[in-house]
Design a protein around this ligand. Sequence first.
Ligand code: SME
Length: 162
Amino acid sequence: MSSSYHVSAGASKEERYQELIPQLEASLSVHDYSISTLANVSAALKSVFGFFWVGFYLVDDDRMYLGPFQGDAACTFIGYGKGVCGTAWMMRRTMVVPDVEDFPGHIACSSLSRSEIVVPMFGSDGSVIGVLDIDSDKLADFDEIDAKYLEIIVKIVCKTIN
Ligand code: SME
């Protein structure tokens, strides 16, 4: 894949997702190396939404390791059940955290991070293979619209890399 992503000026958050998704579907290729796909998806999300931090953690045995991301340097690994990412892995569901200080065990990679959304990625055998993690420097920056469309994006990504 080699392309950049465009959304209409003034588009709402939901419209941005709706414009981005078909572009991702058209451009992601099963023939690309998985890490390259994840790198370009994190770049696409950063450029379309300007997220403070967006990236992937990838499961290897009993930990997830930092994968492709956009933003400041981050924690290199997270244990099963640890932090928001490890909890999304354990619970096998999307976690929306409006205030990270209210989440027991939150792992603060950046003191500027205030809210967070984490979407689990599933392999073809149904196991969790990683998570998409997005952080904001604003409180309560993620809602059910982000959860709905990021889950669609993660499904497209997993279909591509699995
Ligand atoms: N806050 C995450 C750790 C990853 S960083 O935000 C990039 C967590 O609690 O799992």
